[in-house]
Design a protein around this ligand. Structure first.
Ligand SMILES: [Zn+2]
Length: 257
């Protein structure tokens, strides 16, 4: 697992699988853990990483309800989970879905966990809205379109945007059942002004980006989605994201239209 400091108050760890990101954000004596790495050894080492950096984790945040972003409780079992009301609703309406998908991943790769994933009682945060950490506030913006739920987190004092599954350097936009191109494009439009102010953008998958690179990916993703809407399966993939796996994701996207 790679860990980088983006600011005195922001550390990002990137998982060895799916490059799923986990962002630790501190203000004073309190810190939040946003999303999670995936592998058990990465989750096990996270408390020591936080402690060494001087971050006391008092809460977990999840950008959306996909299983690979929800594993922070393995690292910080005492910390309560907060998420957008859309995400809390998804966790309630799809009971056990994240646990089933985690189990499928673990069975496929023979991964063992210390205990089952507990997700009950997630605290609902109003989005758009703010959440206090130490003497600062994180700003929460709706980010649906990849899934029907989600939020992006803006860290104003560090000029860092944690955007969930958008603006990835390694993955094309993924449309899940219940999501839509229109909602995805609306989220990109909302993110655009934050990206313009950001020193760093942390995508859900892939290494943190500087603002300029994130803005370029935003333009590529918008062009891809507009092309997908016009031409379906014939749409062109972004130049740097044309691997076999991304072509498979593109075929799935086209089939949802
Ligand atoms: Zn994801």
């Amino acid at each position: 697992m790679r860990a980088v400091g983006l600011h005195a108050d922001v550390v990002v760890a990137t998982s060895r699988v799916y490059q799923t990101t986990c962002t630790l954000v501190r203000s004073g004596s309190e810190a939040f853990c946003i999303d999670s790495p995936v592998l058990p050894d990465e989750l096990e080492i996270l408390p020591a990483l936080a402690e060494q950096a001087g971050f006391t984790i008092v809460g977990l945040l999840a950008t959306h309800a996909d299983w690979d972003h929800l594993l922070g409780g393995y690292a910080f079992p005492e910390a309560p989970l907060g998420c957008a009301d859309t995400t809390a609703a998804r966790l309630i309406n799809e009971p056990g879905a994240a646990q089933r998908e985690l189990r499928a991943f673990d069975e496929r790769f023979y991964v063992e966990r210390p205990r089952p994933l507990a997700l009950s009682g997630a605290q609902r945060l109003p989005v758009p809205g703010k959440v206090e950490v130490g003497d600062h506030e994180l700003e929460l913006q709706p980010a649906d379109g990849h899934t029907e739920d989600g939020m992006a987190v803006w860290v104003p004092w560090a000029r860092v945007l944690v955007c969930g599954d958008y603006l990835s350097p390694v993955e094309i936009p993924i449309l899940n059942p219940g999501s839509s191109i229109a909602a995805y494009l609306a989220t990109l439009a909302r993110l655009e002004s934050l990206v313009a102010q950001a020193d760093h953008v942390v995508p859900g998958h892939g290494a943190p980006l500087d603002g300029t690179r994130a803005a370029a990916i935003l333009r590529e993703d918008r062009a891809y989605l507009e092309d997908l809407r016009e031409r379906g399966a014939a749409a062109k993939l972004p130049l740097a994201r044309r691997t076999g796996e991304q072509r498979r994701i593109h075929a799935d996207n086209a089939s949802t239209l």
